[in-house]
Design a binder for this molecule. Sequence first.
Ligand code: ADP
Ligand code: MG
Length: 741
Amino acid sequence: MFICIFDENKTFVMANQRVQAYFDVLHRTPKPIEFNGKLSEVFGENVFHSEIMREYLPSEAYKSMMKATGSGERLDRKMADQVASAMKDWAITKNATHYTHWFQPLTGTTAEKHDAFYKPVGPGKAIERFDGELLVQQEPDASSFPNGGIRNTFEARGYTAWDPSSPAFVIDKTLCIPTIFIAYTGEALDYKMPLLKALHAIDEAATGVCKYFDKNVNKVQATLGWEQEYFLVDKAWFNARPDLMMTGRTLFGHASAKGQQLDDHYFGSISERVTAFMRDFELESIRLGIPVTTRHNEVAPNQFECAPIFEECNLANDHNLLLMDLLEKIARKHDFRILLHEKPFAGINGSGKHNNWSLSTNTGVNLLAPGKNPKSNLQFLTFLVNTIKAIDVHADLLRAAIAGAGNDHRLGANEAPPAIISTFIGSQLTELLNKIEKNVKAGKMTPEDKTELKLNIGKIPQILLDNTDRNRTSPFAFTGNKFEFRAVGSTANCSSAMIVLNTIMAKQLQDFKVSVDARIKKGDGKDEAILKELQKLIKESKKIRFEGNGYGEEWVKEAKSRGLSNLMDTPRALQAWDGKGVADLFNDMGVLSPVELKARQEIEFENYIYKIQIEARVIGDMVQNFIVPAAVAYQNKLIQNVQGLMDVLGAKSGKVASNAQVQIIAEISEHINGMKEISDKMLVARKKANKIQGHENKAIAYCDKVKVHFDEIRYHVDKLELLIDDEEWRMPKFREMLFTR
Ligand code: ADP
Ligand code: MG
């Protein structure tokens, strides 16, 4: 029971944050949206897509624009002016008053700076203006964005430059233009620019390899289909928890008696309030051309997932960022807060963002889908085996790409893939690769050998999905017609993973082509050369393939014996950027220069330090200001009670009657002392860490010397939560945050 306090006007006044929150949550009602039309009719209505361009642009400008979106050809100034003017005219029909370059600085979120279309031209007179110059390039005051040492403050200029391959859109009466963000000296300060470069690299390398099979292929696109997981909590709970507000996750909280053990949330019916929220953000997403189709309850209570149909990688990534932004905004409208953090609540599942990835050609072929005949299947196998090989050689880079303070709680915690990178391909393909490994003979193959192998290859069933999708514990699983990178964190900009994946794949395909060409030059037939090279790659990359349970202890041991890395924390994972040949790899593939690469690593280390630092501070504050006062208040009540019993019953029998109370009093003291002792230790460790020069060493100190105390402190706090009178406890409990709707 809670005691509600009313003032003289009979209005509710603050009792404590938790009681107040309870009161608020109980009075929430669903806020359904008014929309009864067809989604297909509103799809993309807020996007300046090609059909709109055709309508708004003169035909010459339209053609130039199509070229710019397709092959990245530059628009000249006159065309840019025409496009800008058309964009503005269209945006105004959508009630836009402002425009912004929309970019992806290395903070992890998106950034925008709005400017109005209108321009005063005389007293009381103004016009609407937007020209090519404003469209193509801008100079935001960018000195406060992370740059990893690339920019000195005296040269703090940064530029945003239009990415015509991702269409402009209108949101909140503002025309948003997707852009890259670069330093005055040309280095990338964002995620988009290296992503575009990696996509260009994979296009070239994959097209080169496709030519072995089909001369008509002249473009290969990487495709990305992400699946976004998130939690919802009522805003009242959120605001009553400083840890949620400051860090996006709960730093304390005893598990509720019921968590996810009954599996009754997964795919369960979605509550009315949550449905209203989902319909709202989906409608906005669909209007913005984000093809969201799937929604369901996830495993943990109040955890959900949203997934669109896959798209070209750059566009898909923009859409994911836009969606994360929409989730945040629309959740507020429904009195929820969205938790995108990888691990908002201990003891129940955290959130990830599966990155489904494949490659598709201009001829409409998915290169990771088994084909209809031996020829197309040889192509499929070529791309499959080269992917496996790329993962094998560069596993540590993929691990580094998904590193972050939040994801450290997930990887290897028996709910998400382990920190060990491996790949799963299913039993049928494993069998096939084993056959190729054994049956391709050295030297010239006889026609019979070739036929037999080709027959084998031809036998791959087109639908492998059932067979391959069973293992949910693999970080990088083949799922029938794509790979699914499951270790990506829910807050991540998918670009991090996609830059690495597409770059290492491009490099691998390049090397593959060189080797196959050399074999052909030496006299092998084309198929024979390809098969022999595949055989070699299959043998070399065997250790990265793992079909068993990725969550088991056994795998940790086996992986170690195979020589695979198991990088359990962010600072260690980030060291991979210093690995041998890594700077050359990114430089040679034209994706990131050594300076850019180093800057990124610095930013990641720094980011890690700040995140842990903030968490440590919040822990300190909450212990002092929430936990100790509650514990002492309850302890005082008990002390009074004990004293009362002694008075009433007399010293001796009073003592007997108050045994249990005295025990609780002592336990509370023990936990207060324990908490205080460790908090003090943590404070000393923080002060020491802060003095360390260099981000890498500092990040390691924060990981090994500061973060290690988090769970020790939490242990005492969570025990106190169980001991102390519910009424004294001011922080919303897990059962409340997770089960009230
Ligand atoms: P789940 O992992 O929840 O079982 P799926 O494995 O079916 O779901 O994943 C579906 C996701 O994979 C969707 O986002 C879908 O768009 C994406 N996807 C399907 N084909 C491809 C492809 N060729 N390239 C990239 N993504 C794809
Ligand atoms: Mg999936």
